[in-house]
Ligand binder design. Structure first.
Ligand code: NDP
Length: 282
C-alpha cells in the first residue's frame, strides 16, 4: 500500500504561509495584485477563475477580472495585456486558457511582461527554466516539484517517465526533473510500446487526460506515481489517468484525484503572484 501524497493538505500549508507573507508585504506598502483575463464563456474556465479568485481573497491578494467577449480581435486582447503590463499596481497577469480559436494564444502569452507572467508561459520564462535560471515556473509542474520536496522524494539518478508533452504540464515538468538530475523519458500519443517506459519508471507522471489509463501491470513495485489527469465521468465524478485502487497497491507513493496535484496548482499560482510582487518592488 502506497503512501498517499496529500496535495490538499500541502496546498493549504503553502496558502497559510503565503497569507503571512502577503500581510508582511502590505505592512511595507506593497499590495500584491493579480489580473485575470477570461475570453468567452467556457464553463470550466469560469470555475477555474472562480477558484483562483477565492484563493486570492483568502490570502489577501487583490484580484481583478477582465471578461472579454468571445468575438474580440487579437489587437484588442494585446492592447489590454499591454495596458496591464504598464499598470504599476498589478503584479501578476494571467490569461485563462483556452481562448477562442481565432485568437493567437502564443502571441498573447508572449505579450505578457515576463515580470508579471505568473503562469510561466512567456517564452523568456520558458527559456530561463530550460537554462535552470530562477524564473516563474508553470504552476502544475512546480506544484509537483513541491510535493517531491515535502515527501522527501529525491529525483537525482531516478528514471522519471512523463506521459504527455503539453506546453503547460509535460514539457516544463521535463525541464524541472532534468534540473534535479533525473533521467527523464517523455512519452506521448505516438510513443510505441508505452509499457516499456512506464515499467522502467522509478517515478511515473501521467498527464494525458485518459481516465484510469495506467493499470497495475504497467508499473513496477515501489514506483512513485503522480497523477495529473482530471477526467470527469458521466456520473460527474472526477478520476485521474491512473487506476488508483489497483496501482496504489504497488506504489510507494501516489497522488489521489481529486486532492492531489489539482490543489497544488492554485497554491503555486498564489506563490508566483507573491514572488512577482516582491520582485517588482526590489
Ligand atoms: P493535452 O491534451 O494538452 O496533452 C495531453 C498529452 O497526452 C499529449 O502530449 C498527448 O500526446 C498525450 N497522450 C494522449 N493520449 C495518449 C496515449 N494514449 N498515450 C500516450 N500519450 C497520450 O493535456 P494537458 O497537458 O493540458 O492536460 C493533461 C491532463 O492533465 C488533463 O486531464 C488535464 O485536465 C489535466 N490537468 C490537470 C491540472 C491540475 O492542476 N491537476 C493542470 C493541467 C492539466 P500528443 O502530444 O501526441 O497528442
Amino acid at each position: 500500500m502506497g503512501i498517499i501524497i496529500d496535495g490538499k493538505k500541502l496546498a493549504q500549508k503553502i496558502r497559510t504561509n503565503l497569507k503571512i507573507e502577503c500581510e508582511e508585504l502590505k505592512k511595507k506598502g506593497i499590495n500584491p495584485k493579480l489580473a485575470v483575463i477570461l475570453v468567452g464563456n467556457d464553463g470550466a474556465s469560469k470555475v477555474y477563475v472562480k477558484n483562483k479568485s477565492i484563493a486570492c481573497q483568502e490570502i489577501g491578494i487583490e484580484y481583478e477580472e477582465y471578461l472579454l467577449n468571445e468575438d474580440i480581435n487579437q489587437e484588442e486582447l494585446i492592447n489590454l495585456i499591454e495596458k496591464l503590463n504598464k499598470q504599476k499596481d498589478i503584479h501578476g497577469i494571467l490569461l485563462q486558457s483556452p481562448i477562442p480559436t481565432h485568437l493567437d494564444i502564443n502571441q498573447a502569452f508572449e505579450a505578457i511582461s515576463p515580470k508579471k507572467d505568473v503562469d510561466g508561459f512567456n517564452p523568456i520564462n520558458v527559456g530561463k527554466l530550460s537554462l535552470n535560471q530562477d524564473t516563474f515556473v508553470s504552476c502544475t509542474p512546480y506544484g509537483i516539484m513541491k510535493m517531491f520536496e515535502e515527501y522527501n522524494i529525491k529525483l537525482e539518478g531516478k528514471n522519471v517517465t512523463i506521459i504527455g508533452r503539453s506546453n503547460i504540464v509535460g514539457k516544463p515538468l521535463l525541464q524541472c526533473c532534468i534540473n534535479k538530475n533525473a533521467t527523464v523519458t517523455m512519452c506521448h500519443s505516438k510513443t510505441n510500446n508505452l509499457e516499456q517506459y512506464t515499467k522502467n519508471a522509478d517515478i511515473l507522471i501521467a498527464a494525458m487526460g485518459k481516465a484510469k489509463f495506467i493499470k497495475e501491470n504497467m508499473v513496477k513495485d515501489g514506483v512513485v506515481v503522480i497523477d495529473v489527469g482530471i477526467n470527469r465521468g458521466q456520473d460527474g465524478k472526477l478520476t485521474g489517468d491512473v487506476d488508483f485502487e489497483n496501482v496504489e497497491k504497488k506504489a510507494s507513493y501516489i497522488t489521489p484525484v481529486p486532492g492531489g496535484v489539482g490543489p497544488m496548482t492554485i497554491a503555486i499560482l498564489m506563490n508566483n503572484v507573491i514572488k512577482a510582487a516582491k520582485q517588482f518592488n526590489i
